[in-house]
Design a protein around this ligand. Structure first.
Ligand code: SF4
Length: 473
């Protein structure tokens, strides 16, 4: 299913999510679990060790970004030397054309896919199906999503928004599974269904966590065996990789595979940590006959040329989503495109245009949790503020917001007006209680308005000074 761009509807979509108790339960449990597991894994040895791993990983990605044009050329040469075909795609249409052309060249009919957020961004399934190919998602979460004709809601756990009971109902309805609430039985059933697809697939499509430039290798980090079955069993393997996914050395790959699983799933290492070096060699008994990497730009080079280039260091661990109070409440679909949470609030406007994702830079309390947990130390709050600043400069801030800031400025630039405003606010609260009238009521619909102190600080200060003058302690 292609992800339709609906980011300008964030508020309405968030409202729907907030009124869905199943989603609230599933996303709340999933994000809280992920957040705590990450903290335990990252700081299992000591706080210093965890911070060292983060800084080491951040430096590896920063260096790769600084050298990106050179590393892309080096990677292309070394990939080709290893037998990979290398193609370049400027946008989604070109990437899909390249993919379909490869499929046609090799007489492909059935395609198995492992999890790839980039393929969601490009609408790959839709393009392959339109070309008459049979496409099967094989990551369990993505498989469920495909069966239910949905899109992923979390970078690492695509089906985080669903409860176990909802997944059971999908399997019963779509696959004819005998009803059961046993999660292991459900997984075993899905595995059995997928086995035949793995055996009959002509082409496997994967994403790419990293491309190691110095060796011309593809780094893939995953927990389910489906990834290996997609990349090694079919005759053809194609990896779709964003141009920002470069690392310079194997040591850098090692540094990043220390933090990616810790941040994503709370593991010190994923079950499958792969380095793929192209098609099967003559002396090897199995493996794909043809391997390709398609490097995809799709807006990334434009981001690279701006002050937001740091966002390209993202290794898609999902930790910022688990930490974000907004994402925890709304889940990922509310963000209206492929990437939800803080990284989505930054990347989506950068990739699809700020005018097409106006509410997203405001979908944050700026609490800073996202930066704190990010394994490559991306300053997401700074970028959210910069995007807001850009909107304000362009006169694109919401009318109510601009008016509110005008009143705020009037009040804050005069002590008398500030004191008057404080008195008015206290009187208003006495009258209205904890709920504000519309349109401010959108805020208090979901939370109590904090109580003002009975006496403002200024008054307390004056009373204290007066008491001192009177010689009282
Ligand atoms: S921005 Fe950082 S925390 Fe968020 S997904 Fe990317 S790497 Fe992970």
């Amino acid at each position: 299913m292609t992800v339709e761009l609906k980011s300008n509807d964030f508020v309405a979509l968030a409202d729907i999510a907030l009124r869905n108790p199943d989603l609230q339960r599933a996303v709340g449990a999933g994000t809280r679990g992920g957040y705590h597991k990450r903290a335990q894994a990252m700081y299992a040895h000591s706080a210093e060790h965890g911070e060292f791993l983060r800084q080491q990983a951040a430096e590896a990605k920063r260096r790769a970004l600084r050298k990106l044009p050179d590393l892309l050329e080096l990677a292309e040469r070394n990939l080709q030397a290893n037998g990979w075909g290398v193609a370049w795609a400027e946008d989604a249409a070109q990437a899909n054309q390249q993919l379909v052309a490869i499929a046609r060249r090799h007489g492909v009919e059935t395609v198995t896919k492992s999890k790839s957020m980039l393929s969601e961004e490009l609408g790959v399934n839709h393009a392959l199906e339109a070309a008459g190919l049979h496409v099967i998602e094989t990551d369990l979460g993505e498989y469920i999503i495909q069966l239910n004709k949905e899109t992923p809601s979390h970078i690492v756990a695509p089906v985080m928004h669903k409860t176990k009971a909802e997944i059971r109902d999908i399997f019963v309805r779509e696959l004819g599974m005998p009803p059961t609430d046993d999660a292991e039985a459900m997984v075993a059933f899905a595995r059995k269904m997928l086995r035949q697809d793995f055996l009959s697939a002509d082409m496997g499509v994967s994403g790419g966590n990293f491309i190691i430039a110095e060796t011309g290798s593809l780094g893939l980090v995953m927990n389910e065996g489906n990834g290996r079955l997609c990349t090694t069993s079919p005759r053809v393997h194609v990896a779709l990789v964003g141009i920002e996914k470069l690392v310079e050395t194997v040591e850098d790959y090692t540094a990043l595979t220390q933090v990616l699983p810790r941040s994503a799933t709370g593991q010190s290492l994923t079950v499958y940590t792969n380095i793929l070096n192209g098609p099967a060699r003559d002396e090897e008994a199995d493996g794909p006959e043809h391997c390709y990497v398609i490097f995809v730009d799709n807006g990334r080079s434009q981001v690279y040329a701006t002050d937001y280039a740091e966002a390209l260091a993202c290794i898609r661990c999902g930790a910022c989503q688990n930490a974000c109070p907004v994402y925890r409440s709304t889940g990922g679909h509310a963000y209206g495109w492929v990437y939800g949470g803080p990284i989505g609030a930054v990347l989506t406007p950068l990739l699809v245009g700020l005018e097409n994702a106006k509410p997203l830079p405001h979908a944050s309390s700026l609490c800073g949790s996202c930066k704190q947990v990010c394994p490559v130390d991306i300053d997401l709050p700074r970028m959210l503020l910069d995007l807001r600043h850009e909107q304000a400069q362009a006169g694109a801030a919401a009318d109510g917001w601009a008016l509110g800031m005008k009143f705020w400025a009037i009040g804050m630039t005069s002590p008398r007006r500030y004191a008057l405003g404080g008195r008015a606010a206290r009187a208003g609260q006495a009258l209205l209680g904890d709920y504000l009238p519309a349109p401010l009521g959108n805020w208090t619909d979901y939370r109590d308005f904090p109580k003002f102190a009975p006496k403002p600080f200024r008054q307390l200060w004056q009373e204290r000074a007066a008491a001192k003058r009177r010689g009282q302690p």
